[in-house]
Design a protein around this ligand. Structure first.
Ligand code: PEP
Ligand code: MG
Length: 687
């Protein structure tokens, strides 16, 4: 008498899909009812089904049916939910392992291979550490309801008190959007229905902590199904509250969390903020796995800056990964292996060794100057964005920082950075760089880089919207504060500033006017100006391609942002996974554009760097050298591979090849193949 139905099909499937109980006096009249003869269900009338939930994930559905027509009262629904919760824990602990496997539900023993998306490149082997570890409630059932309700009351009072105190204390007490978020959080904590739901759960025979778990699981399941992004965001607040409450009930000290990190830790979380990631000791981290997360999310940016692999969109992992489980994070293809088999582990260990060998080769060439076989020096620089990036300068053997994305420090901060705080940070960065030159880019927020404390409003095309200098020119106080802080930090030293998303020459003029104004401010206040100051523009909006001559007369240098330039020239959204790889960086059109920029800049003797992703890929970088570029800026992990290419290249040969292809102008040509063949023939390393 076995039968199967899909999630969403029939009554049971509906409960699984919606994660909500369903209580019916006459099951067969319900629109979702589906009749399967093998079940012999026609003799039953009333029906009650509840989801078996664990950590918000539906593991199964538990049902009872009656031959008589009857209404299941609220207490019976509650009672069945309590039974379902106990069943969920039995499944999760392996005691109902076979059932779980058969249902493809949770299994805490078997190896699992899951695919998600790449958040940060690399491969990491280690052991699961649950960020905000799911609390395993062992004591589920209690006899003394009154006692449990009192425990719950005390815990809630204490958590509420702690939150109120947090709100009153120092920085949070100031007004602003951050405070609004905290207010919403406090409102949840004081919400009566939240408490009464937990009290009802206790009345069905649960302990206080089990009641919190059940209500949290229920709420999570419902919130996760909401299509409203605002509601889903609020879930994080509510989860955090539930977590605090459980810690309080079970006597767990939250502050010890990051101190007890084992070596080779792989953090596993539903979601995580960038500040939380920076709280951990980076030396012990081998990777990060998130249930949510996008490539542009702040935590991914920080993971990339810290240089360890991260994978996102691994649904439900916090419910089936146990602390201490071995795990492999493959940030080269966006997948994870939890509890890997020995074969998989051996294969990955080999992969890691191979990468380490390659890394050792790169390290060996670290102190060699980047000069081609035909003696052409090439300047290799880093793209950076946080102080933690600076040690990479030495490690990778880069000359300087070609692009410092200042927006990252704004993104990891919960509030707008003051001039003083910016000055402090820029000073630290300049100190850490020593003699190595740094090119700071003025704030490039908006688009895919929102700031929680600036209202951007909804935009239909954020990439082409109110971002970068469009925003800072409209908010001159923001622009001025940043320039002032940079000038102060660089007092008596060299400073380079560049402006993103310049689309008209006069926009650059306006940026420059702000700098002049701030130079006056410094003079008035008796602060020494930078020893030398160079101002540049990014070439990343196609419109400036037709005003390059005029722009070159104004700037001290140019920097080509190929990521945005490609996006706008080909009208391919750089963040849209579906379009990923559709247009090759080495498309003939792109090469012609890059050639035009190089020729114009050379005519005016304006130095030009490429700082988009293109500069960090050995084959693409080879094409750039062939076009005459001599300065590239890239992520730290790209410096080694690109330097290996430079050392093995006879740039005059590559130049001849590329210029010849461009002169022939054959639209159909596969430039990637032409260049790969060239590299193979001349033994240039482009791996
Ligand atoms: C670019 O657009 O190529 C660039 C370097 O800037 P970002 O990636 O920060 O937009
Ligand atoms: Mg850009």
């Amino acid at each position: 008498h076995q039968t199967s139905m899909k999630v969403g099909q029939g009554l049971v499937g509906t409960i699984a899909a919606e994660a909500k109980p369903l209580s019916l006096e006459e099951a067969q009249t319900h629109p979702a009812f589906a009749y399967f003869p093998e079940t012999g269900e026609e003799i039953y009338h009333s029906f009650l089904g509840v989801p078996i939930l664990r950590a918000g994930n539906t593991l199964g559905v538990l049902t009872v049916q009656n031959k008589t027509q009857r209404i299941y009262p609220e207490e019976e629904v509650e009672a069945l939910q309590t039974v379902a919760m106990v069943v969920a824990e039995l499944i999760a602990s392996g005691e109902l392992g076979q059932v779980a496997t058969a249902n493809a539900g949770v299994d805490l023993v078997k190896p699992r291979h899951e695919n998600g998306i790449i958040l940060a490149e690399g491969i990491g082997l280690g052991y699961v550490v649950l960020h905000e570890p799911r609390i395993v409630v062992k004591n589920l059932i209690a006899d003394d309801t009154e006692f449990e309700i009192n425990r719950l009351k005390r815990a809630i009072d204490s958590v509420r008190g702690a939150i109120d105190e947090m709100m009153l204390k120092g920085e949070l007490a100031s007004s602003g959007e951050h405070r609004d978020i905290m207010e919403a959080y406090r409102m949840f904590a004081h919400d009566r229905s939240w408490f009464s739901k937990m009290r009802e759960a206790i009345q069905t025979g649960l302990t206080a902590e089990a009641a919190v778990e059940r209500v949290q699981s229920d709420t999570r399941a419902r919130f996760m199904r909401s299509s409203d992004a605002y509601i889903r965001d609020r879930l994080h607040d509510l989860e955090d509250l539930g977590y605090r409450l459980q810690c309080n009930l079970m006597g767990i000290d939250l502050s010890k969390r990051t101190e007890q990190l084992p070596d080779n830790a792989v953090l596993v979380a539903r979601h995580m903020g960038p500040a939380a990631l920076l709280d951990y000791n980076q030396k012990q981290l081998r990777g990060l796995v998130l249930e949510e997360g996008a490539i542009t999310s702040h935590v991914s940016i920080v993971a990339r800056a810290l240089g360890f692999p991260a994978v996102g969109q691994i649904h439900g992992i916090t419910s089936y990964a146990e602390p201490g489980d071995p795990i492999i994070v493959d940030g080269t293809n966006g997948s994870i292996y939890l509890r890997p088999t020995v074969e998989v582990e051996a294969a990955y260990a080999e992969k890691v060794r191979f990468r380490a060998r390659r890394q050792a080769q790169y390290t060996a060439q670290r102190d060699k100057p980047a000069v081609t076989k035909d003696n052409v020096p090439v300047s290799l620089n880093l793209n950076a964005g946080l102080l933690v990036d600076l040690p990479h300068l030495k490690e990778a053997g880069a000359e300087g920082v070609g692009l410092f994305r200042t927006e990252l420090m704004f993104m990891v901060s919960p509030r707008l950075l003051s001039v003083a705080s910016q000055t402090r940070q820029y000073t630290q960065i300049l100190d850490a760089a020593g003699d190595a030159p740094i090119t700071f880019r003025s704030l490039d927020v908006g688009g895919d880089k929102p700031l929680p404390y600036i209202k951007f409003g909804a935009e239909e095309n954020p990439a082409m919207g109110w971002r970068a200098i469009r925003l800072t020119l409209d908010r001159p106080a923001l622009m001025r504060a940043q320039i002032r802080a940079m000038l102060k930090a660089a007092s008596g030293r060299s400073l380079k500033i560049m402006f993103p998303m310049v689309s008209h020459v006069h926009e650059f003029d306006r940026c420059k006017a702000h700098v002049e104004h701030e130079k006056l401010y410094l003079r008035k206040h008796g602060i020494a100006p930078p020893k030398s100051l160079q101002l540049g523009a990014m070439v990343e909006v196609p419109s400036v391609l037709w005003s390059l001559d005029a722009l070159c007369q104004k700037v001290d240098f140019l920097s080509v942002g190929t990521n945005d330039l490609m996006q706008f020239i080909f009208a391919v959204d750089r963040g849209n996974a579906r379009l990923h790889g559709r247009i090759d960086n080495l498309h003939l059109t792109m090469l012609k554009v890059m050639q035009h920029i190089m020729i114009t800049a050379s005519r005016h003797n304006v130095p030009v760097t490429v700082c988009g992703e293109m500069a960090g890929k050995p084959l693409d970088a080879m094409a750039l050298l062939a076009l005459g570029y001599r300065s590239l800026s890239m992520s730290p992990s790209s410096v080694g591979p690109v330097k290996a290419m430079v050392l093995g290249l006879d740039v005059s040969l590559a130049e001849r090849l590329v210029l010849d292809v461009l002169a022939r102008n054959e639209e159909q040509i596969d430039m990637r193949k032409v260049l790969a063949d060239f590299a193979h023939k001349h033994r240039v390393s482009v791996a």
